[in-house]
Design a protein around this ligand. Structure first.
Ligand code: PLP
Length: 409
């Protein structure tokens, strides 16, 4: 008889977006004529950059000929892409990364979810609240989170990000081994300054902790003073693993490509206190469980760094950020308090008094036909907020704002 990993049974019913999809499907059955505008799930809507398309077409043609065909590639990714990442994403920040510290993957979700494979089940974890649900759910599966009651896991140290603290989390009140940080933040759309991020790096250095730094939205940063990488902070290479993605940077949500930096200096210890570099373990893990991102995809990702690719990708980001600006101004004009949307494609909207986030979600769905994401789905401190995304078409975004303004009046 096979025994199940019972930690899976502790997971809260469904994945947040599956719950939302169920509600939306129910609405569509009862309101078949309604024109829904989707501002819920964080998926992009604009097509891939022409430079990416051309590179992928060329790669497809290579696959059609015996002489240029590619079978299995390196599990860690092709050197052409690794070199481009080092040059364009890190060298320009003054950060030195070795090729063997870069691991190309099929996206940041898998890497954020799988990274815990290397670490014992009894490590303590600290997690921003609210937060991208994958960090918590993957730790539930690994048995690190304890029991769930009143919206909280007993063994998670929650790091609230609220209006009161300006969405800047306080250092944990008790020691944690692993800290998940996500900046620019999903869902609040807020960022940390270099000084604020430095406090976390110093905490990790002082406490021998590891930071899992998810910077999937770094390309949306507009303010030159905001750090794009945790490695811009002195000492971070000793304590931080960084996740990046081409999904939001270059519209690869359906293509699938991301990467993770595991510096050689980052270590964890055995029970006997022996230090083990995580770079080696991650390499071993990837070689065992992952067979590389497709050649065609990696050629497409490489083209994001070409001169034309960079300009095209930037133009799309500008388009989404203009949506964000219109949304923020439009919502504030009708009296709503709105955070984020300046260095991130997410707006974190304070729900009017007396409503829960799920109730406001339902009202927007049924009365204005707009799909949002209730903040409570991102953690206890998400209650009282709603997340809207700026990834829509301009026309739909403008229509959504007009509908909300009309409705609020
Ligand atoms: N990290 C954060 C914070 C995200 O919001 C998302 C996707 O929405 C991901 C990672 C996943 O990115 P990918 O498409 O690369 O798996």
């Amino acid at each position: 008889m096979a025994l199940v990993n019972e930690h899976f049974l502790k997971l809260q019913s469904n994945y947040l977006f599956a719950d939302i999809a169920k509600q939306v499907n129910r609405f569509k059955v009862t309101h078949p004529k309604a024109k829904l505008i989707r501002m819920g799930i964080g998926d992009v809507t604009q097509p891939l950059a022409p430079a990416v398309i051309q590179a992928m077409h060329r790669a497809v043609d290579e696959m059609a000929r015996k002489e240029t065909f590619h079978g299995y590639g390196p599990e860690q990714g092709y050197p052409f892409l690794i070199d481009a990442i080092i040059k364009h994403d890190y060298e320009r920040l003054g950060v030195f990364i070795e090729p063997s510290e870069v691991f190309i993957s099929d996206g940041a979700k898998s890497d954020c979810g799988n990274i815990g494979d290397m670490l014992r089940h009894d490590n303590s974890i600290g997690v921003l609240d609210p937060v991208y649900p994958v960090y918590i759910d993957s730790n539930v599966m690994a048995g690190r989170t304890g029991t769930f009651a009143d919206g909280h896991w007993s063994d998670i140290v929650y790091l609230p990000c609220t209006e009161e603290n300006g969405f800047v989390p306080q250092l944990p009140s008790r020691r944690v081994d692993i800290i998940y940080l996500c900046y620019p933040n999903n869902p609040t759309g807020t960022t940390l300054t270099k000084e604020q991020l430095k406090a976390w790096v110093n905490y990790a250095l002082a406490n021998d902790a590891i930071i899992m730094y998810d910077s999937a939205y770094e390309a949306y940063i507009q303010d030159p003073a905001i750090p794009h990488s945790i490695y811009e902070i002195k000492g971070a290479k000793n304590v931080a693993i960084e996740f990046r993605s081409f999904s939001k940077t270059a519209g690869f949500t359906g293509v699938r490509c991301g990467y993770t930096i595991v510096p050689k200096e980052v270590t964890a210890t055995t029970l006997k206190g022996e230090r083990v570099p995580l770079n080696k373990l991650w390499n071993r893990r990837q070689c065992t469980k992952f067979n590389g991102t497709s050649y065609i995809t990696q050629r497409g990702a490489e083209a994001v760094f070409s001169t034309e690719g960079k300009a095209q990708v930037k133009a799309t980001i500008r388009y989404y950020m203009e949506n964000a600006r219109l949304m923020k101004e439009g919502l504030e004009a009708c009296g709503l308090r709105v955070y984020g949307g300046v260095n991130a494609p997410y707006l974190w909207v304070k729900v009017p008094d007396g409503l829960t986030s799920w109730r406001f979600f339902e009202k927007l769905l049924y009365e204005v036909n707009i799909v949002s994401t209730p903040g409570a789905g991102f953690g206890p401190s998400g209650e009282g907020y709603l997340r809207l995304t700026a990834f829509g078409d301009r026309d739909e975004t403008q229509e959504a704002i007009e509908r909300i303004q009309h409705w609020m009046r």
